[in-house]
Write a protein that binds this ligand. Structure first.
Ligand code: SF4
Ligand code: ZN
Length: 273
């Protein structure tokens, strides 16, 4: 199914180098495993965020990635970027400072992850960044975006996001794989992964939508897949369209050179300033 998805959406070829974003969780490790077994040139990339340093969440997830390489694919390349080592502060500390100790660090975390992944993929000349988003993830996001009629997000939600002015190509080869299938695959392949979610994911809106969709699926098996695939088909055929404002023009950030729509500094560099 993953191979069919890669071909159907023209994600990448065996000649391409692909950077797989790994978190130590089942989806990303299962994806990396599948790509390597299919013969793709897939390198892993782990960003050590420094989340909940006291509980060692980030340390154990990195440990799982290293264990995966040594146990399953000893020749595979795992790149590790340590946010604190490279930039001077962990995500938890940075978010506490920026948000004065209030709220979850997710927006800071997302911004930092996107920036580092993009920089790494561009500098390393990778054809695409592959993430382990599965069908359940995509359907939950689709439901959230539909309930709020987020036209911009609905227009862009897709298995492939093409490269654009300094922004690396992004692909999701697991969009047709259910979360439970990824978990079953990891189990069968003997892949150990971190079971606990990031502590900040607990009680998130996405998880709430996942629960609702699981109830729907129980009543009406296949509903998740239909909702997602029919949405993609309807949009591609032009049966639904979303008025999206012209994408704002991108220009390079004065400090890091990555594309930004903001002033002369990108959001990432402003964050550290
Ligand atoms: Fe980052 Fe955790 Fe929030 Fe995900 S849930 S964005 S890993 S802080
Ligand atoms: Zn910048």
């Amino acid at each position: 199914m993953t191979q069919r998805t890669i071909e159907k959406y023209g994600m990448f070829d065996p000649a391409d180098r692909v950077l797989v974003a790994v978190s130590g969780g089942k989806d990303s490790l299962a994806l990396w495993d599948v790509l390597l077994r299919l013969g793709y040139q897939a390198e892993g990339m782990y960003i050590s965020l420094g989340i909940d340093e006291d509980l060692g969440y980030s340390d154990s997830s990195l440990q799982m990635c290293r264990q995966f390489v040594s146990g399953q694919h000893p020749g595979a390349t795992l790149h590790v970027v340590d946010v604190e080592g490279e930039y001077g502060q962990s995500i938890s500390t940075l978010a506490r400072t920026k948000q004065r100790g209030r709220g979850k660090p997710c927006s800071v975390c997302g911004l930092v992850k996107r920036h580092i992944m993009n920089r790494f993929a561009r500098e390393g000349d990778f054809a695409a960044i592959a993430t382990g988003h599965n069908l359940d993830d995509e359907v939950a996001v689709l439901m959230q975006n539909t309930l709020h009629w987020q036209a911009g997000y609905l227009a862009r939600q897709a298995p492939v996001l093409e490269e654009r002015e300094g922004l690396a190509r992004k692909v999701k080869p697991f969009v047709r794989i259910y979360e439970r299938e990824a978990a079953a695959y990891a189990l069968v392949r003997g892949i150990e992964y971190i079971y606990d979610e990031c502590p900040y994911a607990k009680g998130s809106t996405t998880n709430f939508y996942k629960e609702l969709l699981n109830q729907l699926e129980l009543r009406s098996p296949g509903a998740k897949q239909q909702f997602y695939l029919h949405f993609l088909q309807a949009r591609d055929k032009g049966a639904v369209s979303f008025a999206v404002e012209e994408a704002a023009e991108l220009h390079p950030c004065r400090q890091c050179g990555q594309p930004t729509t903001a002033g002369d500094l990108c959001a990432f560099c402003r964050l550290w300033e």
